[in-house]
Design a protein around this ligand. Structure first.
Ligand SMILES: O=C(O)CCC(=O)C(=O)O
Length: 345
């Protein structure tokens, strides 16, 4: 069943005017509990595997989801990194349990996203990310960027909505995002490679507005920060004593270029051309990862099930596709993989 749209006309207008919208109660925090618990179990499983391999001595199994991984990382940065990489996966593999799919396809999320996109034909974009931002660790601090900096150029003027879902209350102390309002209607500005952890970065002087005008996007658990793909944003260090867990999900109208219904092998055969090629064939905005239909009034029979979502995530992850040119920044060598593609943009 298609859920009714849930955001008010004022909220929708504000999103389109400012380029972002913080809704503190899209979910009941209890709706996110299965995801938190399953991720916590996954950390436990991976930690146990590292222990069995003789790499890890202390599981810290008495600690909750908001602390265990940080304690493991304090003992050994290598073990912490192994668990984070396992959760993140490469190119969108990683953690994709049913509990994750339930959040992505949650009727409350569809209702909110449907309000902003003004459609019931919704594709969950390939690019979603799990972000454990550990206390006092540089990892997870994301420099200024527009999400379109990572997407193919022919999607610059499309609307792809980032839904940033904190799994803890996101605050200034634990490193919530900073967002530059009213800066999303211009071009995708110049991004540079070489940001920390392989992230793309916009230099301050290239930002569409003065970074001092940025707002602090604190958001309680249960809330969602919605942004457009051209909204400049960054995130700050976690100076708290707990992990700032979040997932960022992306959605677009089904009429926006996507790889729904396409197997990666079919795309890879054509995937080595330049930006013009991508514009001509209208390939997905982020070709290496699987898109899937999450809501459709016109074709409810095509809405993706968990099994199909999982299969597509895995097959795209396994396929060594030649997506070399879907976005190339000037300081980036030709045919290089875009920064961030493996690091969890
Ligand atoms: O979670 C963060 O700290 C940054 C998130 C972000 O940059 C994004 O969702 O595009």
């Amino acid at each position: 069943m298609i859920p009714p749209r849930s955001l008010s006309a004022e909220q929708v207008a504000s999103f389109h005017e400012l380029g972002y919208l913080i809704v503190p109660d899209v979910f009941d925090p209890a709706d996110l509990e299965p995801l938190r618990q399953e991720m916590h179990r996954e950390i436990g499983r991976k930690a146990a595997a590292l222990q069995a391999a003789g790499k890890l001595s202390q599981l810290h199994a008495d600690l909750g989801f908001d602390h265990q991984l940080a304690a493991i990382q304090r003992d050994s940065a290598e073990n912490g990194e192994a668990i984070i990489k396992h959760l993140e996966g490469l190119r969108g593999g990683g953690f994709h349990a049913p509990e994750m799919f339930e959040v992505i396809a949650h009727p409350k999320m569809q209702a909110a996203v449907g309000s902003l996109l003004r459609t019931e034909e919704i594709v969950a974009s390939s690019v979603y990310r799990i972000r454990p931002k550990l206390p006092n660790s540089g990892r997870g601090i994301v420099p200024w960027h527009q999400d379109s900096g990572y997407f193919a150029t022919h999607c610059d003027t499309q609307l792809i909505i980032t839904c940033w879902v904190p799994l803890v209350d996101a605050t200034v102390e634990n490193g919530c995002m900073q967002i530059l309002p009213r800066a999303h209607l211009g071009k995708v500005v110049k991004h540079n490679t070489g940001g920390n952890a392989g992230f793309l970065v916009i230099k301050d002087e290239d930002l569409p507005d003065d970074p001092r005008k940025a707002i602090t996007a604190a958001c309680p658990r249960g809330g969602v920060v919605f942004m457009t793909n051209r909204t400049p944003h960054c995130s700050t260090p976690n100076t708290s004593d707990h992990i700032r867990w979040s997932v960022d999900l992306r959605y677009q109208s089904a009429t926006t270029p996507s790889n729904v219904g396409l197997e990666p092998a079919a795309i890879a055969a054509d995937g080595t051309a330049d930006d013009d090629f991508y514009a001509k064939v209208n390939v997905a905005c982020y070709p290496p990862e699987a898109d899937f239909l999450v809501s459709s009034r016109q074709h409810p029979e095509l809405v993706t099930t968990y099994a199909e979502y999982s299969r597509r995530r895995e097959i795209y992850d396994r396929t060594k596709s030649e997506f070399s040119a879907y976005r190339r920044w000037r300081d980036q060598p030709a045919a290089a993989e875009p920064a961030g593609a493996r690091t969890g943009h």
